[in-house]
Design a protein around this ligand. Structure first.
Ligand code: NAP
Length: 284
């Protein structure tokens, strides 16, 4: 199987390339292919003639998306649109990665794939627009929503992930102010990539939530990181509004993985176990 992977040197992209190592993989960076350029997308897909396309590319800096909403839309919505049109032309299924930030976070329980999306920020709006384009343009599309990714390759756009940021800040010995009123489902990229590998074998197109089991607030996530790393760090809870990030975030965007479980592809191990594995792997 020929698999074209867009965003292949991103945090998730690197693990996707590894999970598909039994296939003939063409990994694309943004220098090889800018997904916002429709003509290049058509050309490259015609040239590579893939049996499957995976899109892990995105403009992922959530706060910057508020200011740079045109760029957010062009990478997160027009990019997937261009891929869907080219995939349709060549009859190649497309797996696209989306986000928990398509939800407003007021449900009070983990979101299931059928819950209505209502994003609060420009990043979430642009990612939801990408999902709408895909659903309206091409039938052979998997949309996989992930959340709170941590992977051994740092996020290309952020240069880090939450675990690494905590370990670095915690080692300085100062108290840390961490948001205590936003919940998520932290997800190890290795685990998400392995479900994606198996999902594409099913030909069961549609929307899927793929996260490690359970959920926590950022404060609980930080506490678990320091407990597992054996570090004593003073954590000061702050509300999201006290923290004052430019983009509003959903208060509780934990995801329930109902549909992958129905396919026998889940549930994934609890996020705490995945974190333990991550910390072991990063020590090499
Ligand atoms: N990080 C999270 O916590 C999180 C949470 C929920 C959902 N997600 C979603 O998960 C997916 C993967 O996120 P990630 O953290 O792995 O991202 P990342 O590390 O920031 O990587 C993003 C990738 O997108 C590529 N890219 C950006 N603009 C492009 C363009 N115009 N054309 C082609 N490629 C372009 C970059 O390519 P270069 O390497 O060439 O720069 C980069 O490799 C994204 O869809 C994101 O929205 C992430």
């Amino acid at each position: 199987m020929r698999v074209l992977i867009v965003g292949s040197r991103g945090q998730l992209g690197v693990d996707l390339v590894k999970s598909f190592r039994d296939c003939q993989v063409t990994p694309y960076t943004s220098e090889d292919l800018d997904i916002t350029d429709e003509a290049s997308v058509q050309q490259q897909i015609a040239f590579a003639a893939p049996d499957l396309v995976l899109n892990a590319a995105a403009f992922t800096r959530v706060d910057e998306c508020e200011r740079e909403h045109i760029r957010a839309f062009s990478v997160n919505a027009i990019g997937p649109r261009n891929l869907a049109l080219a995939c349709k032309k060549w009859d190649a299924p497309l797996l696209h990665v989306s986000t928990n930030y398509v939800f407003d976070g007021f449900k009070g329980a983990p979101y299931d794939e059928n819950d209505a999306a209502r994003p609060l920020n420009a990043y979430g709006i642009s990612k939801l627009a990408g999902e709408h384009y895909l659903q309206s343009l091409w039938e052979k599309v998997y949309i996989v929503r992930v959340s709170g990714l941590f992977g051994l390759t740092p996020s290309r756009m952020k240069g880090t992930n939450f675990v690494e940021a905590m370990l670095r800040l915690g080692s300085k010995g100062n108290p840390l102010r961490i948001v205590s009123d936003e919940a998520l489902s932290p997800t190890y990229t290795v685990d998400a990539a392995s479900v994606i590998r198996r999902l594409v074998e099913t030909s069961q197109y549609g929307i899927y939530h793929v996260t490690n089991s359970g959920g926590c607030t950022w404060l609980e996530f930080a506490r678990e990181i320091f407990d597992q790393a054996g570090m004593k760090v003073e954590l000061q809870p702050v509300t999201a509004s006290e923290y004052g990030a430019p983009a509003r975030r959903p208060p509780d965007s934990r995801l329930a993985n109902r549909k992958t479980a129905e396919l026998g592809l889940g549930p994934l191990r609890p996020w705490q176990e995945a974190l333990r594995d991550y910390l072991l792997q990063r020590r090499g």
